[in-house]
Ligand binder design. Structure first.
Ligand SMILES: Nc1ncnc2c1ncn2[C@@H]1O[C@H](COP(=O)(O)OP(=O)(O)OP(=O)(O)O)[C@@H](O)[C@H]1O
Ligand SMILES: [Mg+2]
Length: 313
């Protein structure tokens, strides 16, 4: 037993691409990563980074070219361990003539729950996933976001110790994203290990004890999100109660969009808002929102690579 909930060692995956003369394309390149029991790990990276490939390797839906993956101290694919895992695939597919309730009862049965227990569990999980009223509707009448919630409920049917979620927030509206974030947080508080992927940085904020950032098949960084040096590129400031003249007097860019009396102002990085905000309120402007504009995962990764090449030469 390694003591880790999840352990990746030099995990590498080549896909054969091309029909007549298949040649290998490296989707994952020597990724090593340890996840402690009870950790909520955000596995972040831009599109095509290798996130889904990593999860498929962990679920043994595909096999590694080299390296290994372990879950709960056993090689990925171990049958006994499988019962202690939950998995939300990237594109969950269900028999869509079933209702959400029927589907979950069915999965409960597969995991050996009695029909009364399976029904009770289904009900609890559907509540938890925020699918109260719609549970007796056929899945083919569900929206993408509702199906995503069913997928999350499905991943929890067997009360798993380790939960793998591939883009759990995709297809969800802002409320759905927040609900899902809260759900993942509560799963973590119950002591479960969570490994979830996302290409959106903010999904991991205020949720993950740690993130791993993967790009172009390689692990770029791991650590607490707050400790990773994402560059602030400036701020987006939205204000009301003003006009072009007043903004100009403040030295603010007036080439801004104005909708319903709201001005959206791009503050450059050399104009930090802390000095500006008191000035604004003195002049009777109201701040609607202030959001930092941070570099994307892609930019972060490119900068990291450039820095490494610089120090190497
Ligand atoms: N079955 C496959 N055959 C060939 N290439 C594949 C296959 N699956 C994935 N790839 C390639 O491997 C790389 C990693 O893909 P993967 O789906 O793991 O990325 P991802 O990080 O999940 O991206 P996304 O954010 O878009 O879901 C990509 O370049 C992709 O084109
Ligand atoms: Mg993916």
């Amino acid at each position: 037993m390694s003591g880790y909930a999840i352990r990746l060692q030099e995990l590498t995956k080549d896909y054969a691409v091309g029909f007549w003369r298949p040649s290998p394309v490296r989707a994952l390149d020597g990724v090593s990563l340890d996840v402690q029991p009870g950790e909520v790990l955000g596995y972040l990276g831009p599109n095509g980074a290798g996130k889904t490939t990593t999860l498929k390797l962990l679920m043994q839906l595909v096999y590694p070219t080299s390296g290994r993956a372990e879950i709960l101290g056993r090689p990925a694919g171990d049958v006994e361990t499988r019962r202690r895992l939950g998995y939300l695939p990237e594109l969950p597919y269900f028999y869509d003539n079933l209702t959400a309730e029927e589907l979950l009862v069915y999965f409960g049965g597969l995991f050996g729950f009695s029909s009364a227990d399976a029904r009770r569990r289904a009900s609890t999980l559907l509540d938890r996933a925020g699918l109260g009223a719609e549970r007796r509707r056929q899945l083919r009448k569900y929206s993408k976001g509702m199906l995503q919630r069913v997928g999350i409920a499905q991943a929890l049917v067997n009360d798993p110790e380790v939960v793998f979620l591939d883009e759990p927030m995709s297809g969800l509206d802002p409320v759905g994203r927040r609900d899902t974030r809260e759900l993942i947080r509560s799963l973590g508080e119950e002591g479960r290990t969570i490994f979830f992927s996302s290409h959106i940085l903010s999904d991991a904020e205020a949720l993950c004890s740690r993130v791993a950032i993967v790009a172009q098949g390689r692990l770029a960084a791991t650590g607490r999100l707050a400790d990773l040096a994402f560059e602030t590129k400036g701020w987006e400031l939205v204000v009301t109660g003003t006009d072009d003249g007043a903004l100009e007097a403040l030295g603010l860019d007036t080439a801004t969009t104005q909708v319903d009396g709201r001005y959206v102002i791009d503050l450059p990085v050399d104009r930090p808002p802390d000095q500006l905000l008191p000035e604004l309120s003195r002049r009777g402007l109201r701040v609607v929102s202030l959001t930092p504009r941070r570099e994307s995962l892609e930019d972060f990764f490119m900068r990291l690579v450039a820095h490494r090449e610089e120090t190497a030469s």
